[in-house]
Design a protein around this ligand. Structure first.
Ligand code: NAD
Length: 504
């Protein structure tokens, strides 16, 4: 065990760091060494019940609901400031826990602080209602009210950033929260709990229950006092959550898997397309929902593009995630590592050429998969259709725009897509035709926080980000106010006033 780590990592319930009621714990394993880092409290139904009760009480009876907006938002700004203060510590913990290279976790943690500031601003300036004067008889107006207890369930691939992406809008809009972080990456979620505790939020407003999806996650989903579930994770888990939560009629936001195409036309800026393609699949160890995992390159430039890809793959620095120059680190967990390796075996069986970089000998204890190209791929192969979620790029060629659009869309997912061409008419056309929630033209994956994020098809339901989050985290209430004496039917009254004036 690393002596700097809390052991076991506790839950955070009703303003206190507590162990599981059962006393059960599970091991958190280092992706780099496969040794135990620490133990984690294993949340069960009774722990979830305690957290939901705390959140419900804080929502219905606590001061959180009566604060003036500026008072509430002071806490949100404070959380952002504390994240900034601890940025190095959080980034180190994230790399230790997930195997993501430190240069990349540092950027993500900075973005996490931005999420809180952004939502504080957004709630102040964009959470506005509508008002209508209906003739001179009524005013109708809308208000956005917090929904209640928000259940947030997050994955391990960019844990801190994705957690804050949900926690910030949920709290800023006035909900209370129970967060169930991924069991393979509990450390920075705990750190977020410490930060929020230090920010002094009233007790019960924010809670964390660690544990496995099938236990803690499932209990949160089924709980009748949880009004909404915001989930990011695998597509099949998303379906299961919707099934399990059906009886308690919740609202869901689903950010699910992807198998996103990058389409490289012959007239693109070759070097920029290459940089973006390599970054888009090999950054974050390839464990990235929006990774451009299916490359379609025009056949007239394919030989040159593939040769350049091979050279890059051979040069990528694979190593200790805590080193500043590491570009690709170990995969999160042995099970996931085995799964990615299984896809490389399938690729060979399907007839692909598997072209991999090297893993240095001294890294053999970690979950290292070398950056890999799968060549001679057909789009109907398993490796082109299923999400591998590792540093593995399937490479295919095409001849015409019509053909590549059909190939790009022939997949169950629809999260993201990338188009590289200097013909802007074609860029817009193809961006419009690819079936995905988010398209980038001549750009790597960069996103302004004001713009919605989310996928279509099997990649998700709903959108996060920007003011789109308000549709999910708030309840729209309509108030109709009579400002004149409109006619009201007089059922049962003798000598009624005669009028044909009616309003529905
Ligand atoms: P996962 O679905 O295995 O787990 C995600 C979370 O769900 C974890 O906290 C887990 O404990 C919990 N969970 C599992 N079963 C559950 C159940 N029955 N009830 C309630 N909770 C349950 O996903 P993962 O392996 O952690 O993450 C990788 C996946 O996430 C990939 O498919 C990736 O594409 C996807 N992802 C999508 C986005 C996006 O924005 N679309 C972003 C990041 C990751």
């Amino acid at each position: 065990m690393n002596s700097n780590l809390k052991n076991p990592v506790p839950h955070y319930i009703n303003g206190e760091f507590v162990m599981s009621l059962s006393g059960e714990t599970f091991a958190n394993i280092s992706p780099y060494s496969n040794e135990e880092l620490n133990q984690v409290s294993q949340g069960m139904k009774e722990d979830v019940n305690a957290a939901v009760l705390a959140a419900k009480t804080a929502f219905k009876k606590g001061e959180w609901g009566t604060f003036k907006l500026n008072e509430r938002l002071k806490y949100i700004y404070k959380i952002a400031d504390l994240i900034d203060r601890d940025i190095d510590q959080v980034a180190k913990l994230e790399s230790l826990d997930t195997g993501l290279p430190i240069s990349q976790t540092k950027k993500m943690v900075g973005r996490a602080a931005d999420n809180f500031r952004f939502y504080a601003e957004m709630v102040k300036n964009r959470m506005t209602g509508e008002a209508y004067h209906v003739d001179d008889e009524f005013i109708n107006y809308t208000r956005q009210k917090p929904v209640g207890v928000a259940g947030l369930i997050t994955p391990w691939n960019a844990p801190f950033m994705l957690e804050t992406w949900k926690v910030a809008p949920a709290l800023a809009t006035g909900n209370t929260v129970v967060l169930k972080p991924a069991e393979w990456s509990p450390l920075t979620a705990h750190k977020l709990g410490e930060i929020i505790h230090e920010a002094g939020l009233p007790q019960g407003v924010f809670n964390i229950v660690h544990g496995f999806g099938e236990e803690a996650g499932a209990a949160l989903v089924a709980h009748p006092d949880v009004q909404l579930i915001s989930f990011t994770g695998e597509t099949k888990t998303g379906s299961e959550i919707m099934r399990n939560g059906a009886d308690s009629l919740k609202r869901y936001s689903m950010e699910l898997g992807g198998k996103s195409p990058i389409i490289v036309f012959e007239d693109c800026e070759f070097d920029r397309a290459l940089d973006a393609c390599v970054w888009g699949i090999f950054s974050f160890n390839g464990e990235r929902c929006t990774a451009n995992s299916r490359l379609f390159v025009h056949e007239s430039i394919s030989e040159r593009f593939i040769a350049a890809l091979k050279e890059r793959v051979g040069n990528i620095i694979v190593g200790d995630p805590s080193h500043a120059d590491t570009e690709v680190g170990p995969l999160i967990h042995r099970d996931h590592f085995e799964n990615v390796k299984r896809y490389l075996t399938i690729a060979s069986q399907e007839g692909c050429e598997v072209y991999s970089g090297q893993i240095p000998e001294h890294l053999s204890n970690g979950n290292f998969v070398p950056p890999t190209l799968l060549l001679n791929v057909r789009n109907d192969m398993k490796v082109a259709q299923e999400e591998i979620f590792g540093p593995v790029l399937t490479v295919m060629t095409f001849q015409t725009e019509e053909e590549v659009i059909e190939l790009a869309n022939d997949v169950q997912y629809g999260l993201a897509g990338y188009v590289w061409t200097n013909d802007m008419k074609r860029g817009h056309r193809v961006a419009g035709a690819v079936e995905a929630g988010m398209l980038w033209v001549n750009s790597q994956n960069v996103r302004d926080l004001r713009i919605p994020f989310g996928g279509s098809k099997a990649s998700g339901i709903g959108r996060e980000g920007g003011h789109y989050a308000f549709e999910f985290y708030t309840e729209m209430k309509v108030v109709h106010v009579a400002v004149g004496d409109h006619h009201i039917q007089q059922f049962g009254k003798k000598n009624k006033a005669s009028s044909i004036h009616t309003k529905a």
